[in-house]
Design a protein around this ligand. Structure first.
Ligand code: PMP
Length: 286
């Protein structure tokens, strides 16, 4: 069986895609599945237009003309001798050796590949007498507590911040009271108000390792830490704001868009110091 990858036909079993491909590390890509019959591809134009539209939305360069893709797809179908078949097309932002949410604005070569294989077998009873289905909640946006590689929304959020000269995004959702902060693209947030520390509760956000450590060390230092829903308005009216993550450690926030804060504030500085000490102790133990 052959596959088409970046302009070439290769053996399907060949290991051809880099481990650092952003499709693999960030879910940073798109796909299409098309139905084929001998040398006909059904609704080719519709599928390709959808993919191209989404590629434009994500800022992934669309690498080939539709005519070229069709020619290569038909060649692949013929090479694999597929009669009743499926054509799978995937486009990712490409290989990124840095594995950072931020994608380089230039020099990104997208990964484009196609697979052509016989149609999956579906029990004809389903058409004859109907299929059975089961209700299940739509969890697509409820998986934030899990560190999955479905990071495309985070990639978009962080690249929005980078494009505006920022370091990190401050992601929010909305309820009847207004916008509330969830987390960063790859960090957790804290605010300080009147000497108390407040941080978004674990409600469909990643339970950050650093977040848990920071809460613990602040509490054992006698500082009150409250975990609850925190509104964007409260962030904008805070005395101090800081973000935390494995890579950023404890980092003071100086600006949320145009709103400026004292950075680092007093409690932020305490958190930075205590977290630095904790890391030193941990290192010392091993
Ligand atoms: N939120 C998200 C979405 C993240 O990807 C990360 C980084 N892993 C964090 C928070 C911070 O988590 P940790 O302190 O475990 O690095």
């Amino acid at each position: 069986m052959k596959a088409f990858l970046n302009g070439k036909f290769i053996e399907k079993k060949e290991k051809a895609i880099a481990l650092e491909d952003r499709g693999f590390t960030f879910g940073d890509g798109l796909f299409e599945v098309l139905r084929t019959k001998n040398s006909h591809i059904f609704f080719f134009e519709d599928h390709l237009l959808r993919m191209k539209y989404s590629a434009e939305f994500l800022g992934i360069p669309f690498p080939y003309s539709f005519d070229y893709i069709k020619e290569m797809a038909l060649e692949l179908i013929s090479l694999n001798k597929v009669n009743d078949g499926e054509l799978y097309i995937e486009l990712t932002r490409g290989t990124d050796l840095n594995r950072e949410h931020r994608y380089p604005s230039e020099d990104m070569q997208p990964t484009f590949f196609m697979l052509a294989f016989p149609l999956r077998q579906i029990d004809p009873e389903n058409w004859k007498h109907g299929a059975t289905v089961f209700p299940y909640p739509d969890l697509r946006h409820r998986l934030c507590e899990h560190k999955t590689i479905n990071l495309l929304p985070n990639v978009l959020a962080k690249n929005f911040a980078y494009a505006h000269g920022g370091y990190e995004a401050l992601m929010y959702r909305e309820d009847h009271m207004g916008k509330y902060v969830t987390e960063g693209g790859s960090s957790n947030y804290f605010i300080v108000k009147n000497g108390r520390v407040i941080t978004p509760e674990i409600d469909n956000i990643l339970p950050g390792i650093t977040r848990a450590k920071v809460i613990k060390i602040l509490k054992s230092h006698g500082i009150e830490v409250i975990e609850r829903r925190v509104y964007l308005e409260e962030f904008l009216n805070a005395d101090e704001v800081f973000l935390v993550s494995t890579v950023s450690k404890v980092m003071p926030v100086r600006k949320i868009a145009d709103r400026e804060f004292t950075a680092p504030g007093e409690i932020t500085m305490t958190a930075m110091k205590l977290y630095g000490r904790l890391m030193e102790e941990e290192k010392g133990r091993h």
